[in-house]
Design a protein around this ligand. Sequence first.
Ligand SMILES: Cc1ncc(COP(=O)(O)O)c(C=O)c1O
Length: 398
Amino acid sequence: MSLYPARAVVDLAAIRGNVRALAAHAPTAQVMAVVKADAYGHGLVPSARAAVEGGATWLGAAQVAEAVELRHAGVVGPRVLTWLYAPGAPLRDAVEADVDLSVAAAWALDEVVAAARAAGRTARVHLKVDTGLGRNGLTPADLHALLPAALRAQAEGAVELVGVWSHLAFADEPAHPTVRAQAVVFADAVRAVEAAGAHLEVRHLANSAATLTDPAVHHDLVRPGLAVYGLSPVPQLGSPADFGLVPAMTFEAELANVKAVPAGHGISYAHQYVTPHDTVVGVVPVGYADGVPRHASGTQDRPGGPLRVGGRTLGVAGRVCMDQVVVDLGPGAAEVAGDRVELFGSGLDGGPTAQDWADAAGTISYEIVTRVGARVPRVHVDTAAGDVPALTATEVAR
Ligand SMILES: Cc1ncc(COP(=O)(O)O)c(C=O)c1O
């Protein structure tokens, strides 16, 4: 067991099953499992391997370092795409590691070409088009200006234009008019690149929300991230179960102290919570440094983020601190130090979920799982292989 009094247990069987479910939602497309940000906090390499076992033929990582790390870890089967870098990035390492590169600006094409020449091999390039998100990517005008140089680099053998791709601004509102507008700009961009002579392998636009709700934008490849980890990108439209997904991460800790306190006892910094009667409180040894959002603190009138203790779901009492939170276990509580507390998990047993924490903190579940602190051990289990998480978990060194 870990020496740390908390852990994020990640069920690789859930990740495999989620990818299978996503593939079923997009039967005409390949699946790129997005594993950026340490696989949304779930652990890069084990999660990537599970996604591939579930049928992902592509992996996506925002940062070059994560994409190269996958290859160095021996993840060689799927294609890997990386897309967010600044001038001077180690693109030669990426080309040598057989990582596909996104090009979103003229300087990026120049650097990819230089990296390919230095590596002595062709760089596989996906042209990123800003179809309306207003973030990274070539505007349609930039794309037209860049195409001649891209085709010259292709003729020279420095690059191969294998993809055109973009990202939606309102994928979580499938009926939003910008979705159709972006799809039109995307189709124009694809046509322009193909008319210029590129033989594209893949056109891709859909994140999790679009994969689950909008077949019209699936194209050749869908790019889900959040849903790979079993969370719903559109909680207003459906729960994970509604989409055939199972949350993969369980965040749990052991009670570090349990004690009786009298009525009127202030709890945690600034005494935002005062015990309404004689009671028993427990100290849970995770705080905002572990990713517990401070915005999910509890007050006298509003319980904070949910904690499952002994089959009951209670709320954080008082302020979330850096390393700990307090829970009011109630008068006569039977819990003792060492008892398990679940902050969130699959929700299949009615326990709290990352979405519940997102609601309590006024944020999205993406932020809850990606922010689980670096000091919290990730413990990878495979329930399909019969692992009992707390007993046979293999802790993956981070
Ligand atoms: C370019 C790109 N594609 C795909 C994804 C996956 O998005 P989601 O986690 O909503 O599926 C992201 C994540 O934000 C992204 O930045």
